[in-house]
Design a protein around this ligand. Structure first.
Ligand code: SF4
Length: 421
């Protein structure tokens, strides 16, 4: 979501990005408050630009995103070289803010928003990029007790279908072959009687669009209508990121996740019934207040039962203003216990991911070639339908094409293969 917003910011001011902050006319630190110490990280990033501003008083320095929304005008008091604070839903107002600062030399805070123009600014798209995000929703109506998103991004607002399809079609016309629809609970999208399954079907009719992904799905909002659409629309990739957070019903209830472990497992079975080769990844929070050893063992048994393709796991850290941050001291899981549990879970996941990647050796995968591999410019890189990175040797003009690659090696974070002619 933040990457998408950064691209919207670039487009809003029609900016040419630079890697050298000394050459920048405008410096914007886009922040995220979901993880621990986000505010300190934001302040430390902004601190680096103090000298730039001192040497070039015309440079404009701003902060955007969750931390900006959360602290508002307090940031102007705390950081003297900061020119503006831009809330999560205020990106369309950015050009006006910049003009005002240039004209009046007045520092500005803008954390309000106008529903009409919420999705108005589309993201900057780098020429030649074959994948892109399209936002279908902002904010969240769930109230998970650990999460700061509803506070900093507001209630769920869904984007009209035609607007989503227009942006998708424009991107496809620019050469994009894979779209990822994004929203905090993307599959709760609904608009004018249409539900998420209808959005998938409509996207499947966009000519030239080869792949459809979406993230992040909320388990409780996986419906038959959605699963049927995933099955019927051939462009839908057979990979789903479905955060479970815990395998313990006690913890899930304390998190207010609105589903049980049994309900989650049944949802995976329904998905596998429709799409037998679907792969699932997840998010796990370890050491949520009150998590007992038994609760943790329930999470481990879920990991063993599902065998997720991959998982993002973190130790719980309280976010200010959330319900979970107010839990009594005695509920807190000691840091050393949480660390041991996290290591056990991550070691297990590593083995499963390696095993799954090894099991793909010999298989032929369809890969959308995205560009050069990160570590070797002579090697091409793309992702499989199941969202695994697959690197192989091939000519540069294959970028943007979907090719067949035989997997020859299964590593922890990627696969290696040979192009099939
Ligand atoms: S569904 Fe996701 S974004 Fe919404 S409150 Fe829960 S964790 Fe936060």
């Amino acid at each position: 979501m933040n990457e998408y917003d950064s691209d919207r910011i670039k487009n809003a001011i029609d900016a040419e990005p630079t890697d050298d902050p000394k050459k920048a006319d405008i410096i914007i630190v886009n922040t995220c408050a979901i993880r621990d110490k986000a505010d300190q990280k934001a302040f430390s990033s902004l601190g680096k630009y103090k000298h730039i501003k001192a040497n070039n008083p015309d440079a404009i320095v701003g902060i955007a995103g969750c931390v900006a929304q959360l602290y508002g005008d307090k940031l102007l008091k705390k950081i003297p070289h900061l020119d503006f604070v831009l809330g999560t839903r205020s990106i369309p107002k950015l050009p006006e803010i910049i003009s005002k600062i240039e004209r009046d030399k007045r520092r500005t805070v803008e954390t309000s928003y106008d529903l009409e123009e919420l999705f108005e600014v589309e993201p900057y798209h780098k020429e030649g990029k074959v994948t892109a995000f399209v936002s279908v929703q902002q904010g969240c109506n769930k109230r998970c007790t650990y999460c700061i998103v509803p506070q900093v991004r507001g209630d769920e607002v869904n984007r009209p279908l035609n607007d989503i399809l227009r942006e998708t079609t424009n991107l496809v016309n620019k050469g994009v072959r894979e779209i990822t629809f994004i929203g905090q609970t993307v599959n709760s999208w609904k608009h004018d009687g249409n539900k998420f399954g209808d959005l998938i079907r409509a996207a499947g009719d966009v000519e030239g669009l080869e792949r459809i992904r979406f993230t992040t799905s909320y388990p409780r909002d996986i419906t038959k209508r959605m699963i049927d659409a995933m099955k019927d629309v051939p462009q839908v990739c057979h990979h789903l990121h479905l955060p479970v957070q815990s395998g313990s019903n006690n913890v899930l209830s304390n998190m207010k996740r609105t589903y049980t472990r049994e309900w989650y497992v049944d949802t995976i079975l329904r998905l596998k019934d429709a799409l037998p080769d679907i792969t699932i990844s997840t998010d796990i929070i370890i050491g949520f207040p009150g998590e007992t050893d038994r609760d943790f063992q329930d999470t481990m048994s879920l990991m063993k039962e599902i065998e997720f393709e991959s998982s993002y796991s973190f130790k719980f850290s309280p976010r200010p203003g959330t319900v979970a941050a107010e839990y009594a001291e005695e509920e807190t899981v000691k840091a050393d216990i949480a660390s041991v549990r996290l290591s056990e879970l991550q070691a297990f996941q590593k083995d499963i991911t390696e095993k799954k990647n090894l099991s793909r050796v010999g298989q032929i995968e369809k890969v959308l070639v995205e560009g050069e591999s990160r570590n070797d410019p002579d090697v091409l890189s793309g992702r499989t339908d199941h969202n695994r990175i697959l690197n192989f040797n091939g000519a540069k003009d294959l970028v943007g094409k979907t090719v067949k690659v035989k997997v020859t090696e299964g590593l922890l974070n990627s696969l290696r293969g040979e192009l099939i002619i």
